[in-house]
Design a protein around this ligand. Structure first.
Ligand code: PHE
Length: 336
């Protein structure tokens, strides 16, 4: 006769002294083979005893496996608890690390590009190391123009290349590669050999170009007016003064009524009541022709402004150098 009860109590004794998952595994394999061996002895019993013995062995098997499983899940729960305790971190702990701020030039650039995106312009970019012909020749800048002089332009020792002196070269890139009509803006760094409180050898410009059919100076004026009113968040008055750029004809310099004294005269506007903010004009037919566009069919207008100049007016900053010194006390004022 099988002594199932003795086996069961022997198993319970061993189970109660198990301390770890490893020990439990050993116990499991020990009893699996004990039970398997028992099942093998069934065939030696008289046939009439086999069903009862079989069912007793199977009950023992179920009991053993269930007891082991429940102890196993207890062990696992315990070890997870332990792990959670040792890895515990206080997610509510306030770390005293200062939060960065966007650079004022970045803020101004985003404000402008977002405005033009909203009125349907696309945003282009161009390389800082630019082809000399895109920066000058195709923009109708004559070979002997003073801007090409070594005093103004940073040439590099790669024949035919320079550090772009303005963003107007992006106009050429667009005219050569984009289907018409074109409504674009572009902003980025430009370089000139210039250095005083209002000039820096590296600064940023924003460029706008529209090429379509039957465009007028009045439409250009409306676009520029909308932009400047949005930018200064003020109902500024505009004044267009005749000017000269090789790539536009006619050309104009745009002034706004002084945002500091509202036109009555102050030190910022040098008592004139006006602030010069940008250049603009109707795209010169020669520029269109240089890019294989028929100026009898299409015309255009373009405008350009210095981002530092706009930022200095918007934030009332006096020296252009403060943009590039990266003094944390200056920069953190723009933390919004
Ligand atoms: N590229 C000119 C400058 O750097 C600005 C400008 C752009 C003028 C577009 C007219 C049209 O001064």
């Amino acid at each position: 006769m099988l002594n199932i009860d003795a086996l069961r109590s022997e198993f319970l004794g061993k189970l109660s002294s198990v301390k770890s998952l490893e020990e439990l595994k050993k116990l499991k394999s020990e009893y699996t083979s004990v039970i398997n061996n028992l099942l093998k002895t069934l065939k030696d019993l008289p046939p009439e005893d086999r069903p009862r013995a079989g069912s007793q062995i199977n009950q023992l098997k179920t009991f053993v496996l269930e007891s082991i499983d429940s102890l196993e899940s207890e062990f696992k729960k315990e070890s997870l608890e332990k792990q959670l305790q040792s890895n515990w971190q206080d997610m509510t702990l306030v770390l005293d690390s200062p939060i960065g701020a966007l650079h004022p030039i970045t803020l101004v650039k985003r404000k402008i590009l977002n405005y033009f995106r909203q009125i349907g312009f696309s945003v282009w970019s161009g390389p800082l190391l630019e082809r000399e012909d895109y920066n000058f020749d195709l923009l109708n800048v004559p070979k002997d123009h003073p801007a090409r002089d070594m005093q103004d332009t940073f040439y590099v020792n790669i024949q035919g290349y320079l550090l772009r002196t303005h963003t107007s070269c992006v106009q050429i890139r667009a005219l050569l590669s984009s289907p018409l009509p074109i409504y674009l803006v572009s902003a980025g760094r430009v370089f000139r050999r210039d250095d005083d409180p209002t000039h820096s050898p590296m600064f940023h410009q924003i460029e706008g170009l529209v090429v379509d059919k039957n465009l007028s100076f009045g439409q250009m004026r409306a676009v520029i007016e909308g932009f400047l009113k949005h930018f200064f968040e003020e109902d500024v008055n505009l004044r267009f003064r005749a000017s000269y750029f090789p790539f536009t004809e006619p050309s104009a310099e745009v002034d706004i009524s002084c945002i500091f004294c509202r036109g009555s005269g102050c030190s910022v506007c040098k008592n004139s009541g006006w602030l010069e903010v940008m250049g603009c004009g109707m795209v010169h037919p020669a520029v269109l022709r240089n890019c294989s566009i028929d100026p009898e069919v299409y015309n255009g207008f373009a405008f350009g402004a210095g981002l530092e100049r706009l930022a200095m007016l918007l934030y009332r900053i006096e020296n252009i150098k403060t943009f590039f010194e990266n003094d944390i006390r200056f920069l953190k004022q723009f933390n919004v």
